[in-house]
Design a protein around this ligand. Structure first.
Ligand SMILES: NC(=O)C1=CN([C@@H]2O[C@H](COP(=O)(O)OP(=O)(O)OC[C@H]3O[C@@H](n4cnc5c(N)ncnc54)[C@H](O)[C@@H]3O)[C@@H](O)[C@H]2O)[C@@H](O)CC1
Ligand SMILES: Nc1ncnc2c1ncn2[C@@H]1O[C@H](COP(=O)(O)OP(=O)(O)O)[C@@H](O)[C@H]1O
Length: 525
C-alpha cells in the first residue's frame, strides 16, 4: 500500500514520480485478467483486507464502525472489511460494527454475495437507515459506489451519498468517494463535494484519473492511498499522474561556472495593457509573468507592454532586472524569432491585433489569457487559420494555458462541459492544434498530440487567486527557454517540460506558512 497524496515533492531526478492512471474500462480489463488467474474471491479478499488494515491504522481506537455498502462489488469490499473489523474489535468494550445495506442484496454479484456472507457469519449488525445523531460512529467506511457509477445517482443511494458527504464522522472511501466519476472527476450527485469531516480514500487495483483532476481531489479528502492488490497491470495507461522535480535545477546552474546570461535563454512577455483611453490597466499580469520567468532562471526577460496611449513605466521597481518596452518596440526587434514568447497575460482586446504576427514569427510561443481569447473558437467545425497549419508543418512549439472558461471558448462549449471531462477537453485541443495544452485548475491536465495526457499532482486551493496563472505562464516560458531545442523534439518531451513547470508552480504553495494566503507576488519571493 502506498500513499500518493499528500505527496512528498521530489527534488531529482527530473521525472522522479510518475504513476500510470487507468480509467474504468482499462481497470475492468485488468480486473478480469487478474481474477482469471487467481482463486475465486481473491481480489475481493485482498481489497477487504486492505480497507480493514487502513481503517485500523487510521483510527486505531475506533470501536463503533459503520460501513455503508452498495449493491455491487464496491459494497462487497465494504462487507468484507466489516467482517474483518468485526473479528478485530469483537469482545472490546463498546465494539459495534454495522453495515447500512443499500440496494437489492438478491441481485449482488457473486463476489459481493460471498463477502456479505462472511460479514453475516462474523456477526456484523445490518441496519436499514443511518444511525441517530447521538450514536455517531467513530469511523465510517464509504462503500456505496466505485467504478460502477457513470451516471446520475438514483434511488435510495441519493440519501446515503448525501448522508456520507455531510456526516461528521471520519470517513474512509473505498476505491472512490461515492458520487465521483472514475474517468473524469465529474461529480454525479447534488451533495457537497467537499465533506466537513476528515476523509481519506483508498483506491484499489489501479489509480483512476478522476481522483486527481476536476472534483477528484476535493472529494477524496486529506489523503489518497493506493493498493494494487498484488496485480501489475500490463495495459498501457490512459494518462500519467506526474510530480516531476528537478526544475529549476539550481545546483546545475551553480556548477556552470563558465556560463553567461545568453546561455540561459531569453523570454519575451507580451501583454500587460496600460490604462490608456479605456482607463483599464492590466500591466501587473505581464509583470508577474516576467518576474516568474526571471525568478525561474531565464537569462534575460523582456516585457513588451501594450501602451494604449498611457505613459510607459520606466521600470518594475520590485524587479528592475526586467527590461520593459512597448509591445510595438518588442515586435520591431528580432525577439519574437529568438526568445520564447509568452503572450496574452493582461493583454486585453489589443492582443488580437498582435496574434497573427506572433503565430507567423515565434517558433516557441506560449499563449495565455487574452491571447487565447483572441484565437476564437477552434472546434472541429471551423477551419484552422493558415498560421496554425504552417506552425505544425514547421514543427514549431505552441503551448496553450487555458483555464476552463478559456478552454470552453476555444472548444465552442461551456466551462461545465470542459470540467465534466478535463482530460478529453485538453486532448481535443492538443490534437486539433498540434500544440501542448495545459488545462489549468485542480489537477492541471497537460496534453500533447499522440501521447497520453499528464495530470499534475502538486498545488492546492491556495493557488486560486488572481495572477497565479500569469506566474505559471512565465514559468513555462523560462522552462522552454532553458531547454536545448533538440531535447524538445517530440510531443511527449514537450509535454514533460511543460509538466515540470506546472509541477514547480504547484509546489510554490507547499511551503507557505503565512497567516494569510499568499498573493501571486508572494509566490515569487
Ligand atoms: N470483483 C472484484 O473482485 C473486485 C472488485 N472491486 C471493487 O468493485 C468495484 C466495482 O464494482 P461494480 O462493478 O459492482 O460497481 P459498483 O459497486 O461501484 O456499482 C454498482 C452498483 O451501483 C448501482 N448503481 C450504478 N449506477 C447507479 C446510479 N446511477 N444510481 C444508483 N445506483 C447505481 C448498481 O445497481 C450496482 O448495485 C470497484 O470500484 C472496487 O471497489 C475491487 O476491489 C477489485 C476486486
Ligand atoms: N485548487 C487548485 N489546485 C491546484 N491548482 C490550482 C487550484 N486553483 C487554481 N490553481 C492554479 O492557479 C492558477 C490560476 O490561473 P488562472 O485561472 O489563469 O488565474 P489568473 O488569470 O488570475 O492568473 C492555475 O495555474 C491553476 O491551475
Amino acid at each position: 500500500m502506498e500513499r500518493i497524496v499528500p505527496a512528498r515533492t521530489p527534488t531529482a531526478p527530473a521525472s522522479a514520480r510518475r504513476w500510470p492512471l487507468h480509467g474504468s474500462a482499462a481497470t475492468r480489463v485488468i480486473e478480469q485478467w487478474a481474477a482469471g488467474s487467481l482463486a475465486p474471491h481473491t481480489l475481493m479478499q485482498r481489497a477487504g483486507q486492505a480497507v480493514a488494515r487502513l481503517a485500523r491504522a487510521w483510527r486505531p481506537h475506533a470501536r463503533h464502525i459503520l460501513v455503508v455498502a452498495g449493491g455491487g462489488n464496491n459494497g462487497g469490499d465494504g462487507w468484507l472489511a466489516a467482517a474483518l473489523l468485526q473479528q478485530h474489535v469483537a469482545g472490546l468494550p463498546g465494539a459495534r460494527v454495522q453495515v447500512w445495506a443499500l440496494g437489492d442484496t438478491s441481485r449482488q454479484p457473486p463476489d459481493a454475495r460471498w463477502a456479505r456472507a462472511q460479514a453475516l457469519a462474523a456477526g456484523v449488525e445490518v441496519i436499514g437507515a443511518p444511525p441517530a445523531e447521538a450514536a455517531q460512529p467513530d469511523v465510517v467506511i464509504d462503500a456505496v459506489f466505485g467504478l460502477g457509477l457513470s451516471r446520475r445517482v438514483q434511488g435510495s443511494a441519493v440519501d446515503a451519498v448525501h448522508w456520507l458527504h455531510t456526516c461528521a464522522a471520519p470517513t474512509l472511501c473505498v476505491d472512490l468517494p461515492s458520487g465521483l466519476d472514475a474517468d473524469s472527476g465529474h461529480w454525479w450527485v447534488e451533495a457537497p463535494a467537499s465533506p466537513p469531516a476528515p476523509r481519506l480514500t483508498l483506491t484499489l487495483l489501479t489509480l483512476k484519473p478522476g481522483l486527481f483532476t476536476g472534483l477528484g481531489r476535493a472529494c477524496a479528502g486529506d489523503a489518497i492511498w493506493f493498493d494494487d492488490l498484488g496485480v501489475s497491470p500490463a495495459l498501457a495507461p490512459d494518462a500519467w499522474l506526474t510530480l516531476p522535480g528537478g526544475w529549476p535545477d539550481v545546483p546545475a546552474l551553480q556548477r556552470a561556472h563558465a556560463s553567461h546570461k545568453g546561455r540561459r535563454g531569453d523570454v519575451l512577455v507580451l501583454g500587460g495593457q496600460l490604462p490608456g483611453a479605456t482607463g483599464v490597466g492590466m500591466t501587473g499580469a505581464a509583470i508577474l509573468a516576467g518576474r516568474a520567468a526571471l525568478r525561474a532562471g531565464a537569462g534575460r526577460v523582456y516585457v513588451g507592454l501594450l501602451d494604449g496611449g498611457a505613459p510607459m513605466p520606466a521600470l518594475d521597481t520590485g524587479q528592475p532586472a526586467l527590461m520593459l518596452r512597448t509591445a510595438e518596440a518588442a515586435l520591431a526587434s528580432s525577439l519574437p524569432e529568438h526568445a520564447v514568447v509568452v503572450a496574452g497575460c493582461g493583454g486585453g482586446p489589443a492582443m488580437a491585433a498582435l496574434l497573427p504576427a506572433l503565430l507567423a514569427r515565434a517558433p516557441r510561443l506560449v499563449l495565455d489569457a487574452d491571447a487565447l481569447n483572441a484565437l476564437g473558437p477552434l472546434s472541429s467545425g471551423t477551419a484552422l487559420p493558415e498560421a496554425w497549419v504552417q506552425r505544425r508543418k514547421a514543427g514549431w512549439h505552441t503551448v496553450l494555458t487555458p483555464h476552463p472558461l478559456e478552454a470552453a471558448r476555444l472548444l465552442g462549449c461551456d466551462s461545465a462541459r470542459v470540467q465534466a471531462d478535463r482530460l478529453a477537453a485538453a486532448r481535443t485541443l492538443a490534437e486539433r492544434l498540434g500544440a501542448t495544452v495545459a488545462l489549468k485548475g485542480s489537477g492541471t491536465v497537460i496534453a500533447a498530440p499522440g501521447t497520453p495526457p499528464l495530470v499534475n499532482l502538486s498545488g492546492d486551493g491556495l493557488l486560486a487567486s488572481a495572477g497565479t496563472g500569469d506566474v505559471l505562464a512565465g514559468l513555462i516560458g523560462a522552462r522552454l527557454a532553458a531547454a536545448d531545442e533538440a531535447t524538445l523534439a517530440s510531443a511527449a518531451a514537450r509535454a514533460d517540460a511543460v509538466a515540470q513547470a506546472v509541477a514547480a508552480h504547484g509546489a510554490l504553495t507547499a511551503s507557505w506558512r503565512g497567516h494569510w494566503p499568499p498573493t501571486a507576488t508572494d509566490l515569487l519571493l
